[in-house]
Each structure stands twice: as structure tokens, then as C-alpha cells.
Design a protein. Sequence first.
Length: 131
Amino acid sequence: PKLPKVIVEKKHKAVFNDVMKALKEMSANITRSKRAQQNLAGKSYAVGIKTGGGNFTLSVQKSRMNVQAGIASKTDFIIVAQNPNIFIDWINDGSLTDSVIEGNLWLPSRDAFIILPTLDRLPRSIRRDLN
């Protein structure tokens, strides 16, 4: 399917750096959380993420998660969220799955949906191990 158009908005650009900082902090916390590492065990994918504040790539490999600005040259698929704050909500015990159901996160196929339950477990696993 064709990617939905993303409209870059000032209000979303303003929070994009906060989103990236929070995602990088989450990535670092995964290295200290056995539960989160178990959630990611055996998983390997790179997801390009387009938002109204900027783009980034979320990569999972070897029980770790890495986040980098921009869309990597090789991704398994690209997902779209107009509002980058859904990722802050996810980290703070929200749900990417709920974002899809509510129409705030676009996925290109059912194959992309398969990663969401794994990602949705990460914040809780980190919280359980580190708090």
C-alpha cells in the first residue's frame, strides 16, 4: 500500500528531540533489563518511522534495540505516525497496538503488526526490572 502523507508541523518538530531522547534512554535501559532482553530474543528487524516531527529508524537485533535519526537505507518496512508523541505515550505505558486501532499509527501490512506485541511489552519489562 501507498504510504500516507506526513505533514511536518511545528508543534511536532518541537517534541521530536524529546521523543528521540526518550527512545534512546529506553534502548539503554534494555541493556540493563533481562526481561526486556528476553522479549527481544530471536527478533531481528529494522523499522523506518515517519512522523510529523521527523523520521527515525528503530532496529532490533541480538536482544537489543537501537534508535537512529533518519530512515535507514535498508528497512523491513516503514510505519507512519503524524504525532511523534505516541512514542512517548508508549514508553510511559501506552500501547503501539492501541495507536494502530485508534488510527494514530499506520502499518503497511499485517506482517508489520506482528512486531507490536513484542514492542508493547518492553516498557513494562524495563519498569519491572529497574524499579
